[in-house]
Every structure is written in structure tokens, then in C-alpha cells.
Design a protein around this ligand. Structure first.
Ligand code: SF4
Length: 170
């Protein structure tokens, strides 16, 4: 009773005086999934579709996806475009600079397996999963913004289902 007097606004906001129960684990993962700040790592044409997804028509922000220009503030690397052999170590360094838990989305054929450069290229990495662990693959050349949105929702679901400290096993 003392508490209700102290916080009358909160008490009135619960319709019919109901009680919601959950676990700390679920709250943590729900918050994490719905606020994925991503490091822009667009290196080629797939990045155009990524930029398009961030614009007003597809409105990436409504999923809690906010782009950052530094790995220190990012939860996710959104890798979109061809990764050359020279770029590989830079990608790994940026990944290492991110705080745990951290996630990676591979967007487009080039990031998944080299795409059109799979054959006859000495300079292109044949998949970024040789460099960093990938959580979600989005195939296409390039994938449409709808595919990217679907990939991000898949990652959100994956995060919501994970167990506390699952990321430590990566
Ligand atoms: S997958 Fe296709 S569209 Fe995407 S970076 Fe490679 S060549 Fe360009």
C-alpha cells in the first residue's frame, strides 16, 4: 500500500490491476534484439541496397536498427559487398573491437562465398565465415531490401531464443 501511494502513476497504468511475469533472461534478450546498432561495412554494390533499406521507404530504424560508424558502439556487423583478401584482416580487427555479445550478418553472394568472384579471382575472399563467425546469411546478388529486413528479423528471433551467456561459446 505504501508503494502504491509512492508511485500512484504506475499503479494506475496497469489495466485492471493485472500482473505481468517474465524472467530477467527474456527481458535482457528482448531488449538486445530490439536495439541492434549495426556497424556499416558496405564494400560494394550490395551496400546500395543496404542504404536503400535505411531510407524512408523501408525505414530500418523501426526495427531498432541504428547505424554506427564505430565498432565500439555496435552490436552487429552488417557486411554487404565483396571482401577482398586485403580487406579480410580489417574486418577481423573491427569484429575484435566490438563488445560481446556481437553478431554478424553476411549480405549477398560475395560475402557468403565470393559470389560472381568465386571462380577466377585471386583477390576475393570466398566467404567471410573464414574470417568471422556469421549468424545470418542473406543470399542474392544483390538481395532486395525485403530480404535484408527478413534477415534482421531472423537474427532478432535468434537472439530472443538464446540462453543467457550463449554468446560466450562462440
Ligand atoms: S553479391 Fe552481387 S550485388 Fe552484392 S556485392 Fe557481390 S556482385 Fe555486388
Amino acid at each position: 500500500m505504501g508503494l502504491i501511494k509512492k508511485f500512484p502513476v504506475y499503479a494506475e497504468k496497469i489495466p485492471g490491476g493485472g500482473i505481468a511475469t517474465t524472467t530477467l533472461e527474456k527481458v535482457l534478450h528482448y531488449s538486445q534484439a530490439c536495439s541492434l546498432w549495426y556497424l556499416l561495412f558496405g564494400t560494394a554494390c550490395c551496400a546500395i541496397e543496404l542504404m536503400c533499406t535505411g531510407a524512408s521507404r523501408y525505414d530500418f530504424d523501426r526495427l531498432g536498427m541504428i547505424f554506427r560508424a564505430t565498432p565500439r558502439q555496435s552490436d552487429l556487423i552488417l557486411c554487404a559487398g565483396t571482401i577482398t583478401k586485403k580487406m579480410g584482416p580489417r574486418l577481423r580487427r573491427l569484429y575484435d573491437q566490438m563488445a560481446e555479445p556481437r553478431y554478424v550478418i553476411a549480405m549477398g553472394g560475395c560475402t557468403i562465398n565470393g559470389g560472381p568472384f568465386y571462380y577466377d579471382s585471386y583477390a576475393v575472399e570466398k566467404g567471410i565465415d573464414h574470417i568471422v563467425p556469421v549468424d545470418v546469411y542473406i543470399p542474392g546478388c544483390p538481395p532486395r531490401p525485403e530480404s535484408l529486413l527478413e534477415g534482421c528479423l531472423t537474427l532478432q528471433e535468434k537472439i530472443k531464443r538464446q540462453k543467457l551467456l550463449d554468446w560466450q561459446e562462440k
